[in-house]
Design a protein around this ligand. Structure first.
Ligand SMILES: Cc1cc2nc3c(=O)[nH]c(=O)nc-3n(C[C@H](O)[C@H](O)[C@H](O)COP(=O)(O)OP(=O)(O)OC[C@H]3O[C@@H](n4cnc5c(N)ncnc54)[C@H](O)[C@@H]3O)c2cc1C
Length: 410
């Protein structure tokens, strides 16, 4: 089991690392521990998942997957990677409505932080969760679904409510997409670009006002974008979002039709996602404030550009999950892949957060941010309800971490 996160910027402080083979073994472990956290595939960039106590990976639990065609759901082990689940579902004729940019992450880890893809009408990955099974602080096994009290508070749980062992997700019939990359989108056309297809990502570098690339993932039967689409030009070869990185790490482009799970993520399973040497930050803002928020960031573009590998803009539909960054508002997600140099990046993050403050930014829970706790709390109407849930399910702060204590003081 790795002792560091994927990016290498967090060395886990845990005293002991565990990989139980059964749920009963996990329950005994949780019951007997004073401080414990679960880890997924370690793709988060901050200390949300770190603990000075026991760190437990669920990768050794039985890998059974149960598809329920009647209910249109699939029940999966927490540690399963989206890429493996997607292959299974597609073979059975099913799909998930959305995926993140990479298929390498675990389902439980992604859901716990409100991980998302893009799409004007599609929610983040946590919105597909119809049920959860988790080991609570005293070692009990708790099963909840959408009809349970506080369910909407438990899904984006930040790993703070217990160790999730299985998740039940909504599925839809499998579908095909085509991915087109278009170059040099004028800023004024951003909204139209987002609404033009099933899932759209826009990449830029804050060096010019134009937006460098649009990755348009459209239903296979939708007409391709016309030659003069929104003032852009067509990319004549496959691209990687990070300049200089090999396009073969990425899913097929140039309009080649393919199944949902081989088009929605930007990166292919089995290849390094993104650049591999990086830090990441991301802020969710009300989509209606997109133009103003980007104009506010223009004022610090000269600080952003030198430490940036790439910036990605996406949309996420509103949901009702208490700590979801998309709770109650259709969102613009502004993501930054930074160089792997925290000393250079953190002052830029602080300057950016100051500019974004009027737009009630919600940080991605698994990435680098420094917003003040009260500023984060003020953007979430159900924050107090979540801390009450925390106190009820974890009265002795067994699952707490320093980062959580900072943002969710009891
Ligand atoms: C290259 C790259 C690309 C990315 N792209 C995207 C993207 O497109 N969209 C996006 O939103 N994010 C993206 N991320 C961020 C990433 O999706 C999140 O950080 C996600 O949480 C990682 O999942 P994980 O399995 O690695 O979780 P980890 O980082 O291992 O854990 C995350 C949190 O979940 C908790 N957790 C894990 N397993 C369990 C469990 N069984 N029970 C309870 N709690 C648990 C941990 O305690 C921790 O608090 C990207 C990250 C990388 C490195």
């Amino acid at each position: 089991m790795p002792r560091r996160n994927w990016a290498g910027n967090v060395r886990y402080a845990a005293h002991q690392f565990h990989r139980p083979d059964t749920v009963d073994e996990l329950r005994r472990l949780v019951a007997g521990s004073d401080r414990i956290r679960a880890v997924g595939t370690g793709h988060s960039f901050n200390r949300l998942g770190d603990t000075g106590g026991d760190l437990v990976s669920l990768a050794g639990l039985p890998p059974s997957v149960r598809l329920d065609p009647q209910r249109r759901t699939v029940t999966v082990p927490a540690a399963m990677r989206y890429g493996d689940l997607a292959t299974f579902l597609h073979e059975q004729g099913y799909a998930l409505a959305n995926l993140a940019s990479l298929p390498h992450i675990s389902v439980a880890g992604a859901v716990a932080t409100g991980t998302h893809g893009s799409g004007p009408t599609i929610g983040n990955l946590a919105t597909a969760v119809a049920g959860l099974e988790l080991v609570t602080a005293d070692g009990d096994l708790l099963t909840v679904d959408r009809s349970s009290d506080s369910f909407a508070g438990m899904v984006v749980g930040l790993g703070a409510l217990g160790v999730v062992t299985r998740l039940t997700l909504d599925v839809v019939p499998t579908f095909d997409l085509r991915q087109y990359v278009r170059l040099d989108l004028p800023r004024e056309a951003l909204d139209a670009a987002f609404d033009s297809a099933y899932s759209v990502s826009v990449f830029t570098d804050w060096r010019t006002p134009r937006l460098r690339e649009v990755w348009r993932k459209q239903r296979a039967d939708q007409l391709p974008p016309p030659a003069d689409w929104l003032g852009t030009t067509a990319a004549d070869r496959p691209r990687h979002p990070v300049p200089g990185m090999p396009a073969e790490n990425c899913t097929a482009q140039l309009g080649e039709p393919g199944p949902w799970h081989e088009r929605l993520p930007h990166f292919r399973l089995g290849f390094t996602p993104s650049s591999g040497e990086e830090l990441q930050s991301e802020y969710h803002l009300p989509r209606a404030a997109a133009a103003e928020a980007l104009a506010a960031l223009d004022e610090v573009a000269h600080l952003i550009a030198p430490v940036l590998q790439v910036c990605e803009l996406r949309t996420v539909a509103a949901d009702d999950l208490w700590l979801s960054p998309n709770q109650g508002r259709d969102s613009l997600a502004v993501h930054f892949t930074w160089v792997a140099d925290a000393a250079a990046v953190l002052p830029v993050v602080a300057a950016m957060e100051e500019r974004l403050a009027p737009f009630a930014p919600r940080p991605h829970w698994g990435k680098v941010f420094g917003l003040a706790p009260d500023a984060v709390a003020a953007t979430y109407p159900r924050y107090a309800d979540f801390t009450a849930l925390l106190r009820r399910l974890d009265p002795h702060a067994k699952f707490h971490t320093d980062l959580l204590a900072h943002y969710l003081p009891r």
